[in-house]
Design a protein around this ligand. Structure first.
Ligand SMILES: Cc1cc2nc3c(=O)[nH]c(=O)nc-3n(C[C@H](O)[C@H](O)[C@H](O)COP(=O)(O)OP(=O)(O)OC[C@H]3O[C@@H](n4cnc5c(N)ncnc54)[C@H](O)[C@@H]3O)c2cc1C
Length: 294
C-alpha cells in the first residue's frame, strides 16, 4: 500500500510557503501521472506533496506580445484543443496525439512533463526546438531559465530549486515561414514509452530554399545525448536545402548521437531509426513550407 501526505493549499502563496519550508522534501503534484508511479516504485520519497492542480489560472495557451505562453497546468488535451497550437506549431499536435492515452492526456500537465527528471518526456524536445524558456516562481520572486539550462547533463531538471515551481513556458513567435514536426518510436504504436523521439523546426525561404534557421532535438535516446544536436544544425543553417547539405546534416546527426543500449533496443537501432526520423521530419517541414502550410 502506498501512503503519502498531501497538502491542498488555500492560495498560491500558501503553496509556495509550504514548498519553501519543506526544502527538497516537499514537492508539487499536478496531474500525478509522473509522480504517482515513481512513488509506487519507491524511486522518490517526498515527505509531503502540495497539490497544485487547483490553480486553474495557470491553465492557458495564449498569444501575448509576440510570444506564445503556456501555463504550467495546461494539460496535453488542452494543447490539442487550443486554437493557438497547430499551423507551423504542428509538432505539438504530433506529440499530443502520440502521448499516453486520452485518460493520461486529460490530466498530464506541461509543467509536470518539463519538471520530470526522466529521459523520455515527449514535450521537452518540441519546446527545445522552439527555444522555449521556463518561468519559475518561488516566495523570493520569479526567474526565467532557458529550457537548455534547465537540465544537467543527465537531463535532470536540477535548475528548479527547492521551493520553486514552474508557472509557465513561453517562446517567441516566429515571423518568417517555418514549420515544426515531431515523431516518436516505441515498441508499439500506442501507450508506449519512446525509444527515440525527435523534433525539428525548419525556418526556410520557400523560393530560394535558403535555411534561415533549423533546430533538431531528441529525447529518450539516452546516454549523454544532447537535447539539441547543435553540430548537425550548423550543417544546414545559412545554407540551401539541397541533397548534399541534407546528407551532411544527417551524417552529422548520426555522429552526434550517443544512444544507450538496453533491454528495449540496441544503440545501433536507436541511432539508425533516429536518422530516418530526422530525415522524414525535415522533408515534412520542407513540404509544408513549400506548400504554404496547406
Ligand atoms: C500510462 C502513462 C503513459 C504516459 N505516457 C507518456 C507519453 O506518451 N509521453 C510522455 O512524455 N510522458 C508520458 N507519461 C508520463 C507523464 O504523463 C508526463 O510526464 C506528464 O506530463 C507529467 O505531468 P503531471 O502533471 O502528471 O506531473 P506530476 O506527476 O504531477 O509531476 C511530475 C513531476 O513534476 C513535478 N511537477 C509537477 N508540476 C510541476 C510544476 N508546475 N513545477 C515544478 N514541478 C512540477 C512533480 O513534483 C513531479 O516531480 C505517461 C505516464 C503514464 C502513467
Amino acid at each position: 500500500m502506498l501512503y503519502f501526505d498531501i497538502h491542498v493549499p488555500e492560495s498560491l502563496d500558501d503553496a509556495l510557503k509550504v514548498l519553501e519550508e519543506g526544502g527538497g522534501e516537499v514537492v508539487p503534484i499536478a496531474g500525478g501521472t509522473g509522480l504517482i508511479p515513481r512513488l509506487y516504485l519507491r524511486r522518490t520519497r517526498p515527505r509531503l506533496l502540495v497539490d497544485i492542480s487547483g490553480f486553474k489560472d495557470m491553465r492557458y495557451v495564449k498569444r501575448d506580445g509576440g510570444y506564445i505562453r503556456i501555463g504550467a497546468l495546461t494539460t496535453i488535451s488542452d494543447l490539442l484543443e487550443s486554437d493557438v497550437i497547430g499551423g507551423p506549431l504542428e509538432a505539438f499536435v504530433h506529440m499530443g496525439k502520440m502521448f499516453g492515452s486520452w485518460q493520461i492526456r486529460n490530466v498530464a500537465t506541461v509543467g509536470g512533463n518539463v519538471a520530470t527528471s526522466s529521459l523520455i518526456e515527449d514535450l521537452v524536445p518540441v519546446l527545445e526546438v522552439l527555444g522555449a524558456r521556463v518561468k519559475l516562481i518561488g516566495r523570493r520572486g520569479e526567474r526565467v531559465v532557458a529550457m537548455e539550462k534547465l537540465y544537467d547533463k543527465d537531463k535532470r531538471a536540477t535548475s528548479i530549486r527547492p521551493g520553486e515551481m514552474i508557472s509557465e513556458v513561453f517562446f517567441e513567435e516566429k515571423k518568417r515561414e517555418y514549420w515544426t514536426a515531431f515523431d516518436k518510436m516505441g515498441r508499439r504504436s500506442y501507450l508506449v514509452m519512446a525509444l527515440v523521439n525527435v523534433a525539428i523546426m525548419l525556418d526556410m525561404d520557400p523560393k530560394s530554399r535558403h535555411v534561415y534557421d533549423v533546430k533538431v532535438a531528441t529525447n529518450a535516446i539516452g546516454g549523454s545525448t544532447p537535447g539539441r544536436a547543435r553540430r548537425s544544425e550548423s550543417e544546414l543553417r545559412g545554407r540551401r536545402l539541397n541533397d548534399g547539405n541534407v546528407d551532411r546534416f544527417l551524417r552529422a546527426f548520426e555522429d552526434e548521437l550517443s544512444p544507450r543500449d538496453d533491454f528495449r533496443a540496441s544503440a545501433e537501432y536507436r541511432r539508425s531509426i533516429a536518422k530516418v526520423m530526422a530525415k522524414r521530419l525535415l522533408e515534412y517541414c520542407e513540404r509544408r513550407i513549400s506548400e504554404g502550410g496547406k
